[in-house]
Design a protein around this ligand. Structure first.
Ligand SMILES: Cc1ncc(COP(=O)(O)O)c(C=O)c1O
Length: 391
């Protein structure tokens, strides 16, 4: 059949037919060990029976009613996220990019209400990734994603990651926020240091602007705490979530402190689907299961185990350079583009992604076991040996 889907993705020549836990099955019945989890989404594994049940029940009760009315699941999920965080209010969107757009709008509106329209500039970082809509794309400092889509949104400046002087050189009376991922995911799995985030927090406080964290990839337990910021000893003013929040049902969320939420009065922001009964039912089930089943303990333990195993590959294969990451967001950087390794692993039925061109990225479901990590690392070891003739 002719494929009429727009060709914006570089896809593998495979159709996935079903999933179960960490396993994916293609339409020909091949079984894959899925260390992508739909790019850090299916935290509890594919086709989780309890989440499937909640989704089916909600679909048979009420899928959608719009935000013209109160949605009890939305209220409950917002309460849960507030209870787990330093924030006071939540806005629900449908994706990560939309959550970033919401976060940028909130920062600008906060500055507008408190200081006037001149204070609207946002500082982000080189190698960042914040999504593909125009505001999020402008925040994303990677030429390959921005090329051909100009003019971009005015008022963005890009700092050098980890370099506080570079950030300071971009600050002015016009700055309303700094936006960053605590671990740059797409940009190559590059964690920021605790000291750097604390310096950024201090800069925000001293100069009267906001700190926005993009936890679209790092949030919902991925790094071993519910939010990555908990491990940095800071509190952001605004935080964007998405990916893992509903185990695969599209959802995003912007969490904000009260002083920011106060400026978001009726009419300032909206979404037809955002936080609809289905998405928030799946979100609630996901968050509750994540907490009940002690999954973040598993993330910390398995994250450490995976890093240790990958370190052995660095010691063994000259092509492998460095292991980076937090929890179960881990990258193995190579001295060359990682695409060949990903392709060869795929042929051996291990699914991985590339990050930042040269890094192999591991984002398995948070329920991954030691045996599964052993299996994945052994396939990767064999692949590196075959491709680069190392023993
Ligand atoms: C850190 C980060 N922010 C934002 C996004 C965009 O999310 P979405 O693809 O849901 O729009 C992504 C997606 O990979 C991401 O990793």
């Amino acid at each position: 059949m002719t494929n009429h889907v727009m060709q914006t993705y570089g896809r593998w020549p495979v159709s996935m037919a079903k999933g179960e836990g960490i396993w994916l099955y293609d339409s020909e019945g091949n079984k894959y060990l899925d260390f992508t989890a739909g790019i850090a989404v299916t935290a509890l594994g594919h086709a989780h029976p309890e989440i499937a049940k909640v989704i089916a029940e909600q679909a048979a009760t009420l899928l959608h009613c719009s935000n013209l009315y109160h949605i009890p699941n939305q209220i409950e999920l917002a309460a849960k996220l507030v209870e787990l965080s330093c924030f006071d209010k939540v806005f629900f969107s449908n994706s990560g990019a939309e959550a970033i757009e919401g976060a940028i709008k909130m920062a600008r509106r906060w500055a507008y209400e408190n200081y006037g329209p001149e204070k609207h500039e946002v500082i982000t970082f080189e190698h960042s990734f914040h999504g593909r809509t125009l505001g999020a794309l402008t925040a994303t400092c990677q030429a390959k994603y921005q090329e051909g889509f100009g003019p971009l949104v005015p008022g963005f400046h890009y700092a050098n990651p980890g370099n506080i002087e570079s950030v300071k050189s971009l600050i002015s009376e016009k700055t309303c926020a700094i936006l960053l991922e605590p671990v740059q995911g797409e940009g190559g799995v590059r964690p920021f240091s605790k000291a750097f985030l604390q310096e950024l927090r201090a800069l925000c406080d001293e100069n009267g602007f906001l700190l926005i964290l993009d936890e679209v990839q790092t949030g919902v337990g991925r790094t071993g705490t519910f939010f990555a910021y908990e491990q940095f000893g800071i509190e952001p003013d605004i935080l964007a979530l998405a990916k893992g929040l509903a185990n695969g049902v599209p959802i995003g969320a912007v969490l904000a402190k009260q002083h920011v939420a106060d400026v978001m009065v009726p009419g300032t922001h909206a979404s037809t689907f955002g936080g609809n009964p289905l998405a928030t039912a799946a979100g609630l089930a996901t968050v509750n299961l994540l907490l009940q089943e002690g999954i973040m303990d598993n993330v910390r333990e398995m994250g450490g185990y995976l890093v240790g195993k990958l370190q052995q590959l660095v010691d063994k294969h000259p092509v492998a350079q460095e292991v980076r990451g937090m929890g179960l967001l881990v990258g193995l950087s190579l001295d060359r583009p990682a695409g060949d390794v990903i392709k060869a692993c795929m042929e051996k039925k291990l699914l991985l992604t590339v990050a930042g061109g040269n890094a192999v990225r591991f984002t398995p479901p948070l329920i991954v076991t030691k045996e599964q990590i052993d299996q994945a690392v052994s396939i990767l070891d064999e692949t590196l040996a075959e491709l680069y003739q190392t023993v």
